[in-house]
Design a protein around this ligand. Structure first.
Ligand code: NAD
Ligand code: WQD
Length: 341
């Protein structure tokens, strides 16, 4: 039985770490990426870690005929992990049509081609963003989906509905939707990690760039929230732990008859951490000071969210293992590797 998997967005942050774990599990990976938010050098990093160079096709998932040629060239593809998307929340507010096209048409192309080539299943990258500000914490998969606060978040909600409706209509494939909380950190080898374009929007890359001197100081967006220290709470999950969840999802979806045709899992640690706690954890783990200033709230930020990961723990057989402190150290080591390149 083939073990060939297509990973769209596979030179991206989460995708590259997932390719490494898929290879470790014996899968043969084909990376499809248009390099709109990554570089082909990531393939070298993957090879350095695993010793196996994945097939890499520079291809836009909006190019349906290009995808068709891919599946014609590799007729034994068993499954897909679909990471490819535009993911900057703030940017999506200013470029909604670009986000709707890129994040929705790419999924439609894959879903339409899968039955033609007997692709058995697709793992989809979703986000805790779909929950908005949950009424009950920790948040379970049964929590209501709230109106999206950004076009980006809306694309994730729409994509989940598209997959649900496709499977309800009887299309011959399975799907597992993974709702990530806040992925952070880098591979322990520091061969791959997060490569934010321009000024980082996310907290941890901004912390590491401030710590290394690329940024003057970190702005903490608000300390007047209803939280222990007034700063926002998130569930920060190690990117390698997250990658390992994808392997378990692929195995469950393709190698077993377990579960229903469509399953949803929250991927988080189950532990909420405030912004100020994260800064303190970074300074404790690295011994490096992070100058910061409390400023006003960032528009669109929710106050607090963390996962109830019991469904993934019990059904997927997955648990986040790495501590926030150890994970922040991998982020710091990666930032130092980028400086020394
Ligand atoms: P990333 O930007 O590092 O990776 C996405 C990759 O997809 C990039 O390499 C980019 O070049 C590629 N890509 C984008 N559009 C494409 C297209 N049309 N065709 C081919 N390749 C394309 O982002 P990431 O952080 O690795 O996120 C991966 C997925 O996880 C995304 O779907 C994102 O929405 C989702 N997600 C990310 C986070 C997070 O905090 N990083 C949280 C929740 C969900
Ligand atoms: C975390 C906390 C900020 C930067 C976003 C997307 C989500 C997902 C992950 C794609 C917040 C605070 C941040 C800074 C700060 N991406 N912060 N100063 O907003 O939880 O989630 O990225 O799917 O969909 O919404 O992550 O890292 O941007 O912010 O104080 O310079 O850090 O206010 O409380 P967020 P983040």
């Amino acid at each position: 039985m083939s073990k060939r998997i297509v990973v769209t967005g596979g030179t991206g942050y989460i995708g590259s770490h997932t390719v490494v774990e898929l290879q470790a599990a014996g899968y043969e990976v084909i990376i499809v990426d248009n390099l709109s938010n990554s570089t082909a050098a990531v393939v070298d990093g993957i090879e350095k870690i695993s010793g196996v160079r994945p097939v890499f096709l520079e291809l836009d998932c909006n190019d349906k005929e290009g995808l068709r040629r891919l599946f014609q060239s590799y007729p034994d593809v068993r499954g897909i992990i679909h990471f490819a998307a535009s993911k900057a929340v703030g940017e999506s507010v200013h470029k909604p049509l670009e986000y709707y096209r890129n994040n929705i048409v790419t999924l439609l192309n894959l879903l339409e081609l899968m039955p033609e080539f007997g692709v058995q299943g697709i793992v989809f990258s979703s986000s805790c963003t779909v929950y908005g500000q949950p009424d009950i914490l920790p948040v379970t998969e049964e929590a209501p989906i709230k109106p999206a606060l950004s076009p980006y978040g809306n694309t994730k909600q729409i994509n989940e509905e598209i997959i649900r409706d496709a499977i309800h209509a009887g299309l011959p494939f399975k799907s597992i939707i993974l709702r990530y909380f806040n992925p952070i950190g880098a591979h322990p080898t520091a061969e791959i990690g997060e490569l934010p374009n321009g000024i980082p929007q996310n907290l941890v890359p901004f912390i590491t760039q401030t710590a290394i001197g690329l940024r003057e100081e970190l702005s903490v967006f608000g300390n007047d929230y209803d939280t222990p220290d007034g700063s926002c709470i998130r569930d920060y999950i190690n990117v390698v732990d997250l990658a390992k969840a994808h392997v378990l999802a692929i195995v469950r979806m393709l190698e077993t008859a377990a579960g229903s045709p469509l399953e949803v899992f929250n991927l988080g640690t189950g532990r909420g951490v405030t912004v100020l706690e994260l800064i303190n954890a970074f300074e404790k783990a690295t011994g490096v000071n992070v100058p910061y200033r409390i400023v006003g709230r960032r528009e669109g930020d929710i106050e607090k969210v963390w996962a109830d990961p019991r469904h993934a723990n019990d059904v997927l057989g997955w648990t986040a293992k790495e501590s926030v402190e150890d994970t922040l150290l991998t982020a710091w080591n990666w930032q130092k590797r980028l400086r020394d390149r």
